[in-house]
Design a protein. Structure first.
Lengths: 112, 120
């Protein structure tokens, strides 16, 4: 299985400040079709995960533009330009290149 | 509006069986892959398995941890997805989510989850 490693595992951010989460995969997520199969999810407290970003940098419908994804190959980053209180929760990256799909350990974001 | 609602969770003894259901609405089930993802208490997310869409002959795949014990099925006419879980182990204790899969964008909609507790 492809191993997904996130850093940091937790971060505390002042509202209005930026935040960044790194995700590294044990092998390249670039498919022969030219797409890179890396997703980002946010799981708010007591809720199921919700899709934020698919294929590295595509925001899902309704996701605020303060969220952005970047990266290639094995190194990826989720950035929040200005953290808001509603952004608290656990962020997960996931690879969908190969079954079994695998998730990172999660990064818990809290507000200072 | 797309909705997914799981049911069927509960307490079961090790070695027992349980069948989870996921009722969907707001989209044509036969067009989509459907997946099960689980989350052990206080832990991260683990992909369990998938059933592909009609165009891909409803083929299934499973995580190694559940292969041979769990079976995913679907009834598009009833807008329902199922997860039959046999030979349950204590480590299968988790909240089980159904999620709408591809073939294009994966996991764009999730149910609220149903808790399965395997304990004697």
């Amino acid at each position: 299985d492809i191993v997904m490693t996130q850093t940091p595992l937790s971060l505390s951010v002042t509202p209005g400040q930026p935040a960044s989460i790194s995700c590294k995969s044990s092998q390249s997520l670039l498919h022969s079709d030219g797409k890179t199969y890396l997703y980002w999810f946010l799981q708010k407290p007591g809720q199921p995960p919700q899709l934020l970003i698919y294929e590295v940098s595509n925001r899902f419908f309704g996701v605020p533009d303060r969220f952005s994804g970047s990266g290639s190959g094995t190194d990826f980053t989720l950035k929040i330009s200005r953290v808001e209180a509603e952004d608290v929760g656990v962020y997960y990256c996931m690879q969908s290149l190969l079954l079994s799909y695998t998730f990172g350990q999660g990064t818990k974001l809290e507000i200072k | 509006e797309v909705q997914l609602v799981e049911s069927g969770g509960g307490l079961v003894q090790p070695g027992g069986s349980l069948r989870l259901s996921c009722a969907v609405s707001g989209f044509t089930l036969s067009d989509h892959y459907m997946d099960w993802v689980r989350q052990a208490p206080g832990k991260g997310l683990e992909w369990v398995g998938r059933t592909r869409n009609k165009a891909n002959s409803y083929t299934t795949d499973y995580a190694a941890s559940v292969k041979g014990r769990f079976t995913i099925s679907r009834d598009d006419s009833k807008n329902s997805l199922y997860l039959q879980m046999n030979s349950l182990k204590t480590e299968d204790t988790a909240v089980y989510y159904c999620a709408r899969g591809g073939p294009a964008i994966h996991f764009d909609h999730w149910g609220q989850g149903t808790l399965v507790t395997v304990s004697s």
